[in-house]
Design a protein around this ligand. Structure first.
Ligand SMILES: Nc1ncnc2c1ncn2[C@@H]1O[C@H](COP(=O)(O)OP(=O)(O)OP(=O)(O)O)[C@@H](O)[C@H]1O
Length: 272
């Protein structure tokens, strides 16, 4: 583990930078249910950080804390060196954080391109007044936004379906369009909610490759939650393992794979 260094270079030549987000003793309750119990970990610039765990472990709750959707009752989230206050979704987006959802949240009746364009909303500056006063500015912005959207569509190899309504796409392609929409926001931190759930083997392989390519090509820091331990092991730089709301492992895939508590949790060994 490289816990005490500012940055380091991975075996495959990527630079992992300093800590960008720190979860400090996070506890989250829903009434009497403690979904997250005093969990701390960090996310470094440029890394792929996975949070895994069996059903009900608290992964979705944790992703919602990272995204700012849930505010924990105890603990603090630090982002870029400062404690992060409660925020509205648009403020989260303005901080350069974008996410995908477990249950795909696309506009089914709209084309792939139009869906990806919705990811540009936070970058659209010209309001109605300036559009009326000076159409040129709005047009220039529209062209720039379209260029970004088209570039991402090419990158994720979905050019052939750019005019197709999302409702006609396979599940795997919808997941890829959702990734494209999140990328259109040009996030510095990308949160992926079970990106491989419900996919067949080939779709999982494609999605893994795209996640790696996004991280490599754009330098995007990626935090993802995933139920299936296998799929994230080849993908992630570091992995947090949760079980019953607690953190039971944190380290490289190799370290986590050899952690007895993690092995027991995945084999369903009974708790005290
Ligand atoms: N909005 C909520 N209201 C009440 N309880 C909740 C809520 N969200 C989650 N929980 C509870 O918190 C615990 C953790 O749930 P969470 O969905 O975060 O786990 P998970 O690891 O994402 O599970 P899964 O892999 O099944 O999606 C569970 O006991 C769940 O029932």
């Amino acid at each position: 583990m490289k816990d005490n260094v500012d940055s380091y270079v991975t075996k495959d030549g990527r630079t992992i930078g300093p800590v960008v987000m720190e979860m400090k003793n996070i506890t989250l309750r829903f009434g009497g249910v403690e979904a997250i119990k005093d969990i701390s970990f960090d996310i470094r610039e440029g890394e792929i950080r996975a949070i895994i765990g069996p059903n009900g472990a608290g992964k979705s709750s944790m992703l919602n804390v990272i995204s700012g959707f849930y505010v924990p009752q105890d603990g603090e989230v630090w982002y870029r060196g400062a404690p992060r206050p409660a925020m509205k979704p648009f403020q989260v987006a303005q901080q350069g954080i974008a996410r995908t959802f477990q249950n795909i949240a696309l506009f089914e009746g709209m084309s792939v391109l139009d869906n990806v364009m919705t990811g540009r909303l936070t970058h659209m500056k010209s309001g109605l007044m300036s559009q009326m006063l000076w159409r040129g500015a709005a047009e220039k912005e529209e062209i720039e936004n379209r260029e970004v959207a088209e570039r991402i569509i090419d990158f994720l190899e979905i050019q052939a379906i750019r005019k197709t309504p999302v409702s006609r796409l396979s599940y795997g392609l919808k997941k890829r369009v959702e990734l494209a929409r999140a990328l259109a926001a040009e996030p510095s931190l990308l949160l992926l909610d079970e990106p491989m759930a419900g996919m067949n083997v080939e779709e999982k392989e494609d999605m893994s490759r795209f996640i790696l390519d996004v991280n490599d090509e754009f330098g995007t820091t990626i935090a993802l939650i995933e139920h299936d331990m296998g799929v994230v092991m080849d993908l992630s730089d570091r992995v947090v393992v949760m079980d019953y709301g607690k953190k039971i492992g944190d380290g490289t895939p190799h370290e986590v794979r050899n952690n007895q508590e993690v092995i027991d949790a995945y084999l369903g060994v009974a708790h005290d």
